[in-house]
Design a protein around this ligand. Structure first.
Ligand code: BGC
Length: 506
């Protein structure tokens, strides 16, 4: 009997030890996995680091590349494209003008009534998403779709479709275009999600004009502008101190007002104003000072345009969600904190900017929005709170880097035009010697306007780079629908002033 009791006791003890060992083993393994995941996050944070020192290097590189791009054709990855816009709207524009705004996820048609005096503009606007198949199909189909949308818009409004008076149209086309005049230009390449092969190298305004004619619309494409240029036009209309415009949405880019004598690649360029708007196409900016991660490298390699739009791929709304997806995938592959690896994590662009911004902005204690998006968008159910916190942190690191790099880009422009308080790229004057002028930068784009954290990080970085004394002279102004409304304004100013003819590239 004694032996039996002893045997049972030993058995129980062994079983207890085995269970304890199992529990401890599991804990050790799960701690190890957690450590691995934290390691992935740490590595991400380190490789995304944007110290002020690094941002200043990016500022300098941006200003240097701007010079190089203005010095010769192909002198830099920054194309520094001439826009032939040598005059910005003054407020005296009068009449009814239409605009089409194509370039992001949505397409807009606008009608603006201008009263000849600067006032708050209240354009009629309709917006619709571009069907995905049109972004990669045939150019004629895309332009016919645009012309039909305009036709329906005019029909519903107060104007007659086949009006006897030709209406002037501003066309915002947010891709790199080599302009041949203010109203014509050739597409250099597509960016973002567009890839219509037969359009590259073709005349853009001409293609639209033909579609308008096919539809029987009595309209003339008066100006062909980039969205940054439209934004600058509206920004300047409201505030004459506006010297540059930046878009941070699906894609990113900037334009600014440049003195014609600084545009060396077009020597002898004459404009009545002595200046010209330059479309930088900063999405293609590159510098070894940019903090690049292994995720950026993979994203670029797997994109339809590798080695292209490097700055854009770190900053704009089209790509940020995909960087976050790649980080979550790596974590998921290295541990089971997200459960079995979800197949959705392998889908390029499965996580888009609005969902990512919503996770980033989730301030509920249980992060229920994060849980919902992980479940609904990435098919990852039942994620524990501490893993949800990790996801928010990833969104934060990626967003913060993007915003701070965009701020460095803006200061790069200010430096180029001598508005950063340093006396310009060659200036050696001390900051206290310099009398700063009020400098306004117009900004548009969903990432900037809809993501509070992005905005805050960008402003914080501007202050860090410039210092408080200089930063208080720099104003960031959000314009609304500027890319489209600005095109209508430019259609107005160019239809009456005829300033296009005053530009003489020699
Ligand atoms: C295009 C630019 C455009 C920017 C913002 C970029 O991908 O190359 O022309 O201004 O997106 O829409």
């Amino acid at each position: 009997m004694g032996k039996v009791v002893l045997g049972v006791a030993v058995g129980v003890a062994v079983a207890a030890c085995a269970v304890a060992a199992l529990v401890v083993g599991r804990r050790v393994r799960s701690r190890k996995k957690w450590k691995r995941v934290v390691g992935v996050l740490k590595e991400l944070e380190e490789s995304c680091e944007t110290t002020v020192g690094r941002l200043r290097q990016v500022v300098d590189a941006m200003a240097v590349e701007m010079h190089a791009g203005l010095a010769s054709e192909g002198g830099s990855k920054l194309k520094m494209l001439l826009t032939f816009v040598d005059d910005l709207p003054s407020g005296s524009e009068k009449g009814i003008f239409y605009a089409l705004d194509l370039g992001g996820t949505n397409f807009r048609v606008l009608r603006v009534e201008l009263g000849g005096q600067r006032s708050d503009l209240d354009p009629d606007v309709v917006q619709q998403p571009i069907p995905e198949q049109l972004m990669t199909g045939k150019s004629e189909d895309l332009f016919d779709f645009i012309a039909s949308s305009l036709y329906q818009f005019v029909e519903k409004g107060n104007d007659s479709v086949q009006s006897l008076v030709t209406k002037e149209l501003g066309f915002t086309f947010s891709f790199p275009v080599k302009q041949t005049s203010v109203s014509s230009g050739v597409l250099i390449k597509w960016t973002k999600a567009f890839a219509i092969k037969d359009m590259v190298g073709k005349e853009v305004a001409g293609a639209l004009q033909q579609a308008l004619d096919r539809k029987g619309l009595n309209m003339r494409v008066a100006v062909l502008v980039n969205d940054t240029v439209g934004t600058l036009a509206l920004g300047h209309y409201h505030d004459a101190d506006t010297v540059a415009a930046v878009i941070i949405g699906t894609g990113t880019n900037a334009c600014y007002w440049e003195r014609t004598d600084a545009i060396i690649k077009c020597q002898g360029l004459l404009t009545t104003s002595g200046g010209l708007v330059v479309n930088m196409e900063w999405g293609n900016f590159w510098s070894s000072h940019l903090p690049r991660t292994s995720y950026d490298i993979k994203l670029d390699a797997e994109s339809p345009n590798p080695n292209d739009q490097g700055f854009e791929k770190m900053i704009s709304g089209m790509y940020l969600g995909d960087i976050v997806r790649r980080v979550i995938l790596r974590m998921s592959e290295q541990s089971d904190i997200f459960g079995p690896v979800s197949s959705s994590l392998y889908l390029p662009f499965a996580l888009r900017m609005p969902a990512m911004a919503a996770m980033h902005g989730d301030d509920s204690p249980e992060l229920m929005e994060v849980a919902r998006i992980l479940n609904d968008v990435l098919d990852i159910p039942d994620v524990p709170l501490k893993a949800r916190k990790l996801v928010v942190k990833i969104c934060d690191v990626v967003t913060r880097r993007a915003a701070r790099l965009a701020a460095a880009g803006i200061v790069g422009i200010l430096k180029k035009i001598g508005r950063d308080g340093s006396g310009g790229i060659t200036g050696g004057r001390s900051r206290s010697d310099i009398k700063m002028r009020r400098t306004v930068v117009a900004v548009e784009g969903s990432l900037y306007t809809q993501c509070t954290m992005f905005r805050e990080y960008l402003h914080e970085a501007l202050h860090e780079i410039l210092g408080e004394d200089i930063a208080r002279h720099v104003v960031i102004n959000v314009t609304e629908d500027g890319s489209g409304t600005g095109a209508a304004l430019l259609a107005a100013s160019h239809s009456s002033s005829g300033s296009v003819d005053n530009i003489q590239p020699v």
